[in-house]
Design a protein around this ligand. Structure first.
Ligand code: CMP
Length: 140
């Protein structure tokens, strides 16, 4: 299995509760390496571009409001099968449906304030990583 990269966000509900370290520990325990990381405040433009695929969904406005409401930590994660591995450790989007031991089961507040984002495929990961990181910021 080739080494893969995925994109991760620790969302405002997580930074607000000082959960960066706790979530990073779960990510690392799952066998993923954090090869780039920065704490930023997303602009409305950045959030709108990032979530453009959800533009027509009824929750789009709420999603942009939430993602710009506080600091987020954007990350690049690396490892074998990184996209799927990260999705497994995040758990289901809706925390009430997330498996025991997953980040969302342990920490998410609701389907909207669900603590973390992860890419859904390697192709999406490449696009999402490029929105927030330049090549020399990623150190594998
Ligand atoms: P994320 O993986 O970041 O991708 C899209 C986000 O939209 C998702 O996590 C949720 O936080 C959010 N989302 C999905 N469904 C809903 C919903 N029904 N209400 C509010 N937010 C939602």
């Amino acid at each position: 299995m080739a080494i893969e990269r995925t994109f991760s966000i620790l969302k405002p509900d997580a930074t607000e509760r000082n959960l960066t370290g706790a979530i990073n520990a779960l990510i690392e325990k799952a066998g993923l390496r954090i090869v780039a990381q920065k704490r930023i405040r997303m602009t409305r433009e950045q959030a709108g571009t990032f979530y453009a695929v959800h533009k027509e969904r009824p929750f789009f406005g709420e999603l942009v409001d939430f993602m710009t409401s506080g600091p987020v930590v954007v990350q690049v994660l690396e490892g074998e099968n990184a996209v799927l591995k990260h999705r497994d450790v995040m758990g289901a989007t809706d925390p009430s449906k997330a498996a025991d031991g997953t980040i969302r089961k342990l920490h998410a507040k609701s389907i909207g304030e669900n603590s973390v984002h992860g890419s859904d495929a390697p192709e999406t990961a490449a696009i999402e990583i490029a929105q927030f990181f330049s090549g020399n910021e990623i150190v594998g």
